[in-house]
Design a protein around this ligand. Structure first.
Ligand code: ATP
Ligand code: MG
Length: 385
């Protein structure tokens, strides 16, 4: 039995990048042998084991045969006679299909090193087309390595387009689409994930709501995403920005966004921020000059109870305001909410104010604070931000 380091660890080491997780492939062994050596079986879909000490993943060398749709529609064959070259052949990209043996010798039957040198993402074999997830993986690698000068090989680009045409992408489970998208959002050039998907037609199939809005807004959401990357805003903000539907969203726009979020099972936190951002963008960019309306907006945004989300919302609005060269409700409004929260209701009660009158008295005090806050802001025409 022989073990080889494979995949991302080999690739990233050759790129001079830090290696996050190490994947291993084992040739010439079967499950019984692995367990006898103390490895723990963890794979549900294929034979993968955890090393008893390092907890790193060791997979038996295997070949795959397409047996159904989507990325789970495979039959695999793992046996001691499967060679390393056969195992590497089933992998997505040549730069991911290199292995290194215990002595540090590189095994590179599909010219991954050459492609790495040329900064080229190229599929290993025609079997690439059998798993639609690979389209998303290529887009994600673009988001990750764009800054290093990587591009997609022409023939791989053509194959990705053909895969979209074939309708195979419809078989991707929504959770995997979101998982890849979330990982891509955290990459240095997340906008390239969406660009690549749009270019091959996949975005129109998987996230038509974003595709349509990109066209309608002349790529503004991608420019916003770029700026968010430059300013190191988190993925939560990035998703809200890239899912911008319109500068003055209609009910239909909001429904479209909701549909996208439900289909991809987008987590609540991401969904809420994106929806709120879309829904309230006009008021965030044209903050009310009247204390009552300002307070009403802060209530609609649930600012008293959810100051952190309001802050995220203000950060998104500020960023888009920078691009559009317009002002937006400044984050100092959080200070106003802080003051409003510390109004002492008990002191009011001790003055004999109760029930509905207490609610009204609180409201009046909050509006008074809002009035004072507005007065402190620079006059109209000057930037709020
Ligand atoms: P990362 O740095 O994100 O871990 P990685 O290339 O190691 O990148 P993994 O998802 O850890 O990606 O997969 C390990 C290896 O398994 C890949 O390098 C690739 O060779 C292979 N692989 C993973 N997913 C697929 C897939 N859907 N189709 C073909 N090969 C795949
Ligand atoms: Mg990996």
């Amino acid at each position: 039995m022989k073990t080889y380091l494979v995949g991302g660890a080999v690739r990233d080491a050759m790129l001079g990048l830090g290696v996050k997780d190490r994947d291993w492939v084992v040739v010439g062994a079967d499950a019984r042998q692995m367990e006898a050596e103390g490895f723990k079986a963890v794979g549900r879909d294929f034979p993968v084991f955890l090393h008893p000490k390092t907890r790193e993943e060791y997979a038996l060398a295997r070949t795959e045969r397409k047996s159904g749709h989507g990325y789970t529609g495979f039959e695999f064959h793992a046996a001691p006679d499967v060679t390393l070259e056969e195992d590497l052949l089933r992998r997505d990209l040549t730069i991911n299909a290199m292995a290194m043996d215990e002595s540090g010798q590189l095994i590179d039957p599909y010219q991954g090193a050459r492609d790495l040198e040329n900064r080229c993402l190229r599929h290993v074999s025609a079997a690439f087309a059998e798993d639609p997830l690979r389209v998303l993986r290529v887009a994600r690698f673009c988001a990750r390595y764009h800054h290093l000068g990587f591009h997609i090989a022409e023939e791989t680009q053509a194959l990705m387009g053909a895969m979209v045409e074939s309708g195979e992408l419809a078989h991707l489970v929504p959770e995997r689409v979101w998982q890849e998208t979330l990982s891509a959002l955290g990459e240095p050039d997340a906008d390239h994930y969406f660009k690549v998907l749009s270019d091959c037609g996949a975005l129109g199939v998987l996230m038509p709501e974003i595709e349509v809005a990109l066209e309608r807004l002349q790529q503004l959401p991608l420019r916003a995403l770029r700026l968010a990357q430059e300013q190191a805003l988190p993925s939560l903000h990035r998703f809200a920005l890239v899912s911008l539907q319109s500068l003055a969203a209609t009910e239909e726009d909001c429904t479209a966004l909701q549909r996208l979020a439900e289909r991809l099972r987008v987590p609540q936190e991401f969904r809420e921020l994106a929806l709120m951002f879309n829904r309230h963008l006009p008021e965030l960019h044209q903050p009310a000059s009247q204390a009552e309306s300002l307070w009403q907006l802060l209530e609609q945004l649930d600012g008293l109870r959810r100051p952190q989300r309001l802050q995220q919302l203000l950060e998104c609005a500020r960023l888009l305001g920078e691009l559009l060269q317009c002002s937006s409700l400044p984050t100092s409004v959080l200070g106003l909410l802080e003051q409003a929260r510390s109004i002492d209701a008990r002191a009011l009660m001790q003055q004999g104010i109760q029930g509905a009158a207490l609610g009204e008295a609180l409201r009046q005090r909050r509006i008074e604070l809002a009035r004072q806050w507005i007065e402190q802001q620079p006059r109209q025409g000057a930037s709020h931000g």
